[in-house]
Design a protein around this ligand. Sequence first.
Ligand code: GRG
Length: 309
Amino acid sequence: MCLSKEKTFPADEHFTRLLCEKTKAVEQTILSLLPEEAGMQRIIMEAMTYSVGAGGKRLRPLLIQESAAMFGWTGPELPFFMAAMEMIHTYSLVHDDLPAMDNDLFRRGKKTTHAVYGEDMGILAGDALLNYAYETAIAGCTAASHPERGIAALSVLAKKAGIYGMIGGQVIDVRPDAAGSVSDQKRLEEIYLLKTGALLEASLMIGALLAGAGRESVRALEASGRALGMAFQIQDDILDVTGVEEELGKPLHSDERNNKLTYVSLYGMERAKSEVSRLTAHAVDMLEEAEGDGAFLKQLFLSMIRRRK
Ligand code: GRG
C-alpha cells in the first residue's frame, strides 16, 4: 500500500521509510472517519469502506498534512479535511470505473466497487462518499480553532472538485465532441489541469489555508500543485504503457483500448518523460516560492517521477 517501495525510491532509504510511516498513519486517520456500518442502509457504509479501504497512495491527504506542516501547523481540523479529500478522490475513482464511464473491473489490485456491490451501489457509494466528504469537512470547520480558515479551505475543496475543477475535466474527457473546436493539444492540457491537477492544487492549498499561511504562499502552492498535477497525469499515461500490471493493480493499455487521447499518444514517449521531469522541477520551484519548510514535500514531488503505480 505504501507509495514508498524500496525499488521505487532506491535513492533515499530514510525518505522511503518516513513516507511509508506517514502513509500508514494517514490511512488510519481516514479509515477512522468513515461512518459506522449500521442500520438498514448498512450496505452503503460497507461499500464506502470497501472503496476507501482498497488502498492507494493517499497522496492527496498527505499533501494536505505536509503543506500544513510546512508552516508548523497540526490543528485538530486537519484529519477531517484529509479524510474529506480522500473521500472525494475515491468517489471520483468509483464513478470513473462504472460501466457508463471506463467500465473497469479492477483497480489497486482489487475488484472495483460496482464489480463487488453492483452498479446501483457503485453509483450510490460514489454519491455517498461525495456527500460524506462535505459532512466531514464541515465537522472539521466546527473543530477548527480558526473557523474562518476552515471556511476558506472548504470553499477551495468544493470549487476544485466541481465543474471548474475535477468534474469539469472529466466532462471534457468523456464528451470531447461537446467541448467546441479546440486543438487536441489544448483540450488535453485542459483535461489534465482540471481532472488531475485540481485536487492536487486543492490539497496543497488547503493545508496552507488551515495553517493560516499568507496569500502569496497559498498562490505559490496552487501553482506548484498545477505543475505537479500535469506531471502526475503524464506519468500515469507513461505507466499505462510501460508499467507492470501487478504493481499498477489494473490492466495496462487501458488508454489505447478506450481510444483515449494521452500525452504519450500525442507527443510520444520521449517527450512525455522529459515533460514529467521539467514539470516536476517547476513544481519544486513554485514550492520553494512559498514560505515555510518544504523539504519533505520536495522529496515527495521528486519521488513521483520514479513512481511505478
Ligand atoms: C467521475 C467526477 C468524476 C471524475 C473522475 C479522477 C477521475 C475523474 C478519474 C479517474 C481516472 C483518472 C486516470 C484520473 C486522473 C487522476 C488520477 C491519475 C487518479 C489516480 O490517482 P492516484 O494514482 O490513485 O493517486 P490511488 O489509487 O493511488 O489513490
